[in-house]
Design a binder for this molecule. Structure first.
Ligand code: ATP
Ligand code: MG
Length: 572
């Protein structure tokens, strides 16, 4: 491609709305443009990089044996009604009406469509296992679209679905996808690692997310340096808090006045009760009923863990007035001592705790000497606290760390929820009708592209891996007169590299060298070939890898040196 004939509108400064580096660079390098919040147009260079990511995804899906299909983005709501997600996915579902005012939805994902397809097409276990995939536009009504392509309202996803007759082969299908994901991200030049993920309200099945470490990521990952544990914080467990709670037996419960104490910190500061000796009482509404959640004062609730424990997605914290009506006290003075008719769920970190302080369910009063098992009627013990850095891994005992990360992919063993709801059954060997065991597997293709930038950049711009760069090589001709020696050589090298199958762009713009170099560094072509009159007079062409030292070579050896460099720096 001749630069003068394409459209790469680079910018010196990035628009103020771009908060993170990859978003800034996407805009500054002229790869995308915003239509409005959460909606982007891919410009020619950005689209080239996107297609390369898609190609890698397709090759690895094909290699894993999945069959490519293309499903409609526009979907009838009745299949969502059947799966139960018209309600549970309402936060992300876009609705549209047709001319007869009939309602439709825009697909945020395609379990309903693929399962309906399989229900109609497959009838025998002999047709299984089978996996389908597509690379397609998804629509999600995100509350806060942000960070460019990272969280958009419309984005490209690769979604795949596996159908198996038995558990063992369903696990094998899962493993094939899991392995394919590892290869896909590695081939994109990304360091992504799998972490255990929440399996949601269905429980039982397993799930991993593929995470790219980044301070700007919206996820927190708990991991150990030894590599034996990694989990999304929404799922992570540990041996528990490092500071022990009091365990000795204690005297009788005593009430004491704590006027104006509203928080754990107030009580610590004014009454010298360390947070780990307090019981935090949260009031939730679960499926319309009150539930008291007890945590150690220095712990935070992890709502996702609560959701999987309750097997319900329908819960929220109760409002102050609901709480007052039920417990006759406001937050700040709540507790579970003496509570009889409400379900009480306590976090495991409180097991055996004695000599604790908790609210008295009377505003301005607390209770001391609370022995949790003696004084509180607990219905369920469970693990609902957020793990903290430094705690020890349950399995290996190794210390845990926490870091932020971007979720680029997700593999999920679904089980039979959708196949049962939508009738995707087949006859097994004995002629019995059984629901298919499903898995679903997503990769945010556009998010992955941006994650590559978030991980690969320097102060001058993007450092594209050769596999997904819009062009692998940029030839910077410093004299663009067609008859000049410089341009003649540039064209010759350009033709030869193209003939070798290299993606090459020739910067033939009549611009100052400084501008050309800056643009090339900003867009981040992996290798630049600089041809200028002065160095050519000395018999030199400059090969400048974006992330490496300049190599000087003679005009004749330029192509072979460039090919060698590409070979040595290939990530495929
Ligand atoms: P998130 O937790 O980030 O909202 P999710 O878990 O809802 O994502 P999945 O349903 O697992 O997303 O979708 C599969 C993949 O699609 C994700 O791993 C992510 O890479 C991508 N993705 C999801 N939502 C968006 C979005 N709004 N914009 C861009 N990519 C997205
Ligand atoms: Mg996910």
């Amino acid at each position: 491609m001749r630069w003068s004939q394409t459209f790469i509108p680079t910018m010196k400064e990035s628009p103020a709305e771009a908060e993170i580096i990859s978003h800034k660079l996407l805009l500054r390098a002229g790869l995308v443009r915003k239509l409005t919040g959460g909606l982007y147009t891919f410009l020619p260079a950005g689209f080239r990089a996107l297609k390369k990511v898609e190609q890698i995804v397709r090759e690895e899906m094909d290699r894993a044996g999945a069959l490519e299909v293309l499903m409609p983005a526009l979907q009838p709501p009745d299949i969502w009604e059947k799966s139960g997600r018209l309600e549970s996915a309402q936060d992300v579902l876009f609705h549209v009406k047709d001319r007869s005012k009939k309602n439709w939805v825009l697909g945020p994902t395609h379990e309903e469509v693929i399962t309906t397809l399989v229900a109609g097409e497959l009838s025998s276990y002999r047709q299984l296992p089978v996996s389908f995939y597509q690379v397609q536009t998804k629509f999600r009504d995100e509350i806060r679209p942000r960070f460019g392509l990272m969280r958009a309202k419309e984005f490209i996803m690769k979604d795949a679905y596996s159908f198996d007759i038995e558990d063992e082969s369903a696990n094998a299908s899962y493993k094939r996808m899991y392995d394919a994901y590892g290869r896909i991200f590695a081939r994109c030049g990304l360091q992504a690692f799998p972490v255990q993920a929440d399996t949601g309200v269905m429980g039982g099945a397993h799930s991993h997310e593929f995470m790219v470490p980044a301070d700007t990521g919206e996820n927190e990952v708990v991991y150990s340096d030894s590599g034996d544990y990694a989990a999304n914080i929404e799922k992570a467990t540990s041996q528990g808090p490092l500071k022990r709670t009091l365990q000795e037996s204690c005297g009788d419960v005593e009430k004491f006045e704590t006027t104006n104490v509203k928080t754990i910190e107030d009580l610590s500061a004014r009454f010298d009760v360390p947070a780990e000796h307090q019981i935090k009482t949260l009031v939730y509404m679960v499926d319309g009923k009150f539930v008291l959640l007890l945590l150690r004062g220095d712990d935070q609730l992890e709502e996702t863990k609560l959701g999987s424990f309750l097997r319900s997605a329908s819960f929220r914290s109760a409002t102050d007035s609901e709480i007052h009506e039920q417990l006759r006290a406001y937050p700040g003075s709540l507790g579970a001592v003496g509570v009889e008719d409400i379900r009480v769920v306590a976090d495991n970190a409180l097991k055996g705790a004695a000599g604790m302080v908790t609210g008295a369910n009377q505003d301005g009063y607390h209770l001391r000497n609370v022995d949790i098992e003696r004084d509180i009627r607990i219905n369920d013990w469970c693990d609902i606290r957020k793990v903290k850095a430094g705690e020890l891994c349950l399995e290996s005992g190794n210390p845990l760390k926490i870091r932020r990360a971007i979720e680029v992919g997700h593999v999920f063993k679904l089980g039979t929820k959708y196949s049962e709801a939508l009738g995707a059954t087949v006859l097994d060997e004995n002629g019995k009708s059984v629901p298919c065991i499903m898995g679903c597997y997503g990769i945010g293709v556009t998010r992955t592209l941006q994650a590559v930038i978030e991980q690969c950049f320097d102060e001058n711009g993007i450092n594209w891996p050769t596999s997904v760069a819009p062009y692998q090589v940029c030839i910077t001709a410093l004299d663009v007169e067609m008859e000049s020696e410089v341009m003649k050589l540039a064209l010759k090298i350009y033709d030869e590299l193209q003939a070798e199958g290299v993606d090459v762009i020739l910067d033939d713009r009549p611009a100052r060298p400084g501008i050309k170099f800056k643009d090339s560094e900003l867009i981040g072509f992996p290798l630049r070939i600089g041809i200028g009159e002065r160095s050519l007079a000395k018999g030199n062409v400059e090969l400048k890898p974006k992330t490496g030292e300049m190599i000087l070579c003679s005009p004749d050896e330029t192509v072979s040196k460039a090919l060698d460099w590409l070979e040595a720096n290939s990530v495929n």
